[in-house]
Design a protein around this ligand. Structure first.
Ligand code: HEM
Length: 476
């Protein structure tokens, strides 16, 4: 056992009884349960599901850093998580382990370097402008479901930027199938009593249908590229050209499909949820939206010189869609703060499970080998010890000069995870979100319609639990 202190290690506190009996309803939506356990028992707790099934829930930054970074070699992604997610993503990067994970990660990492990402900005800008053009045709004050619109937009962007393919006509079908498949996977992860996959239950059949829809899209992407060979410099070209160092073998279509679907799953729904939350929050916070628009006006709607002007002029859609270029993004500090704050309150990846592969001790608590530990962004990022008015939307806390920022421990804010399994697409996601918000908010003011009782749905990605109806008000 790891020796960290001479005091005997304790068991973390937690609610009495077995949750599968005492909290049946809450086990279906863990957020309220986890929030109330956190409020009652603290940021490091033990939960007992059933006799023999226990896990720890951690929202304490020092413990999260221990698990994800400083002692990450004592933890792995649990089998129950990997096994169920594999139903959808095969052996894609997110569930891969050991040497195979390392070699795939090394292979894919260069595609996400900042210099490579710079080439993708134009696609992101053009796709967003096309959507804005469509919205411009609607009457003023038209109502739309911004969550669905953002889901379609981010899928279109992911298809184009990662795989060079226009998926816009399939976006709705793909989004619906993805949600169905993820809801099935999530249910299986959180409930030990589901039917085996081979039983032809209605739910299993629906999952298989949804998965087939997704596979069809992905197989089309791969077949399309196999026909039009040649390096396009995008991620798919890199994956297809990659060779195993020892055998020289290239990835089979099945392996490629695993990575492509992983990237579509991990890279589209997360950004879609982020953008939906951004507009949910801005839609009911006039002061923040006004400040955001003032920043866009002062930073973007000015005459530019030289290369920056040329970059803007090369953009496909006309001037009235607003303008932004990659070089503008660092200046948009408030826009970035709005996105950071939405990711704090509603982190799309709201918690990650790990399994101890050896006995360990964290902050005086004993962690037996085999114990599942869930670290939670959702709870840590609302932790009252580290955030003032933690439940309120204050983008200002992410601006330079916020006095509390320096005191905050690192893992009080980690929407993209940490350690070697940290999100490979974090820069991609932030660039995309900033571009989309900068363009949309130059053209429209977004107002939330009426009193909608929107809550976060933790089924896999933390997204709004219902359509987010907003009014689009055209800006002059
Ligand atoms: C706001 C958007 C996003 C959020 C909040 C997010 C969050 C995360 C988190 C927390 C992890 C770590 C999971 C763990 O440790 O168990 C992760 C992993 C991953 N993310 Fe993201 N992500 C986002 C966008 C993206 C994008 C745009 C892509 C790709 C285009 C992507 C691809 C991946 C992949 C492949 C992994 C697995 C990495 C590995 O295990 O080596 N993500 N993401």
């Amino acid at each position: 056992m790891a020796k960290q202190s001479t005091a005997p290690a304790k068991t973390p506190p937690g609610p009495p009884g077995y949750l599968f009996f005492t909290e049946q309803e809450a086990m279906r939506n863990q957020l309220p349960l986890y929030t109330s356990v956190f409020e009652r028992y603290g940021d490091f707790v033990k939960l007992d599901g059933l006799p023999g099934i226990s896990w720890y829930l951690v929202a304490r930054p020092s413990a999260i850093e221990h698990i994800l970074v400083t002692h990450q070699n004592r933890y792995r992604k649990p089998d129950v998580f990997n096994k169920t997610l594999r139903l959808l993503v095969g052996n894609g990067l997110i569930v891969n382990e050991g040497d195979s994970w390392l070699s795939q990660r090394r292979l894919m990492q260069p595609a996400f370097h900042k210099e490579r990402l710079a080439n993708l900005a134009k696609s992101m800008i053009d796709s967003t402008k096309q959507l804005i053009e469509q919205w411009q045709q609607l009457d003023d004050d038209s109502e739309i479901d911004i969550a669905a619109e953002m889901s379609n937009l981010t899928l279109t962007i992911a298809g184009k930027t990662l795989f060079g393919l226009d998926l816009s006509d399939k976006a709705e079908m793909f989004g619906a199938s993805l949600r169905q498949a993820l809801s099935h996977v999530s249910k299986k992860m959180n409930n030990p009593f589901t039917f085996p996959e081979w039983l032809p239950t209605e739910e299993n059949k629906q999952f298989k249908n949804a998965r087939n829809n997704l596979f069809q899209v992905v197989d089309e992407i791969i077949a399309h590229r196999r026909k039009a060979a040649g390096d396009r410099g995008d991620l798919l070209s890199m994956l297809m050209a990659a060779q195993d160092e020892a055998s020289g073998a290239q990835m089979s279509d099945a392996q490629l499909r695993d990575e492509v679907i992983t990237l579509l799953v991990a890279g589209h729904d997360t950004v879609a949820a982020t953008l939906a939350w951004v507009y949910f929050l801005l839609g009911s916070n006039t002061a923040a939206q006004t400040r955001l628009q003032a920043e866009l006006q002062s930073e973007l709607q000015t005459e530019l010189q030289g290369a920056q002007q040329e970059e803007r002029e090369a953009q496909a859609a006309p001037e009235h869609c607003g303008q932004v270029s990659l070089a503008d993004l660092p200046k948009l500090t408030y826009t970035r703060a709005v996105i950071d704050e939405a990711l704090r309150l509603y982190p799309p990846a709201w918690g990650q499970p790990r399994e101890a592969i050896e006995d360990d001790q964290i902050d005086g608590y004993f962690v037996p080998k085999g114990r599942i530990i869930a670290v939670s962004q959702y709870l840590a990022q609302r932790h009252p010890d580290h955030w003032n008015q933690p439940l309120e939307f204050h983008p200002e806390r992410f601006l330079a000069g916020d006095s509390l920022a320096k005191e905050r421990p690192k893992f009080s804010y980690f929407p993209f995870g940490g350690g070697s399994r940290m999100c490979i697409g974090n820069n991609f996601a932030m660039m995309e979100a900033q571009i989309v918000v900068a363009l949309i908010s130059q053209s429209f003011t977004i107002a939330l319609v009426g009193n909608q009782d929107i809550k976060p749905d933790p089924t896999f990605t933390l997204r709004p639990d219902r359509p987010v109806q907003v009014k689009l008000q055209k800006r002059k």
